[in-house]
Design a protein around this ligand. Structure first.
Ligand code: ZN
Length: 203
């Protein structure tokens, strides 16, 4: 109940779902030198656009991939500068992480509109900073659990058209090989069911 009220109050800055009837694919924790290109190929093959929540540090390590993701028509959002648990960071470290994230985005010419905190962990400081900087916190409504499954078949069985609801934001990871393996089949199934995918930049 309290959670529902809080979500309602924070809805201008905090999103858990996108606008129906579209679905939204999101890929966290990249860019990754091996998996991100595979994910991009699968998306291209299906003619689908997605949103990549990148870690600032990884963007600096793989700058060409940032350019590649953008060149192929996807939206880039940020996932922090590092990927640490909120509880392990003091407020200064949290602020420093947000500032460095913003600086990386600027260096790559990415307009920082959407931010997804590492592990989806919120704090008063993070919410306040996003309010001040007009950045939307974008979470997810459908957890694919791709970081936990061992086989592509498990992921395919979990992420079916029947399991999805209009407006769902799907959480994937483009540093997880099983995700790239399962993606072609998942997208085929989605297309056969007539599902449409949008990018979160426009939400
Ligand atoms: Zn993450």
């Amino acid at each position: 109940m309290i959670k529902a009220v809080l979500r309602k109050l924070l809805s201008p800055v905090l999103r858990y779902r996108g606008d129906a009837p579209d679905l939204y694919l999101s890929f966290d924790d990249g860019p990754h030198p091996v998996v991100t290109p595979q994910v991009l190929d699968a998306l291209d093959q299906a003619g689908v656009k997605a949103t990549f929540f990148m870690i600032g540090q990884e963007m600096e390590r793989h700058p060409a991939l940032v350019t590649e993701v953008r060149a192929r028509g996807h939206a880039i959002a940020l996932h922090g500068f590092t990927h640490r648990h909120c509880a392990d960071m003091g407020w200064r470290e949290q602020l420093d992480d947000l500032r460095r994230m913003r600086a990386v985005a600027a260096r790559f010419g990415v307009r920082l509109r959407s931010y997804r905190p590492a592990y989806g962990e919120l704090s008063v400081l993070r919410i306040g900073w996003c309010l001040l900087n007009r950045v939307k916190i974008v979470m997810w409504s459908f957890e694919t659990r791709d970081s936990f499954v061992q086989q592509a078949a498990e992921l395919e069985a979990r992420v079916t058209p029947q399991a999805l609801t209009d407006g769902d934001i799907l959480l994937f990871h483009d540093d997880t090989p099983v995700t790239a393996q399962a993606l072609p089949r998942l997208l085929d199934n989605a297309r056969a069911a007539g599902l449409r995918f949008g990018v979160l930049e426009t939400v």
